[in-house]
Design a protein around this ligand. Structure first.
Ligand code: ZN
Length: 83
């Protein structure tokens, strides 16, 4: 399902940030986290930019993509677990 796809992609992106993020100026190719298993878009960010998005509970989504339902589900589940 879409949630699993989002988690899988986020895991891969975290790994990329860890591998390539030592140089904070370096632009890293991240995978779009929109949750569509057919999506092959990438997003170019530096490690600090990615970290800021992750810290804000946002998803790394290609700018041409609309905000998906997956993002809302992630946000809702976070709210439930934090209470
Ligand atoms: Zn996408």
């Amino acid at each position: 399902m879409a949630e699993e796809e989002v988690v899988k992609r986020r895991t891969m992106n975290l790994e990329r940030a860890r591998l390539f993020g030592r140089d904070k100026e370096r632009v890293i190719v991240f995978i779009c986290e929109c949750g569509d298993s057919g999506c092959r878009e990438t997003v170019l960010l530096t490690a600090p930019q990615f970290a800021a998005i992750a810290a804000a509970d946002e998803l790394v989504v290609h700018p041409h993509h609309p905000i998906t339902a997956a993002r809302h589900r992630v946000a809702c589940s976070r709210m439930v677990t934090s209470e």
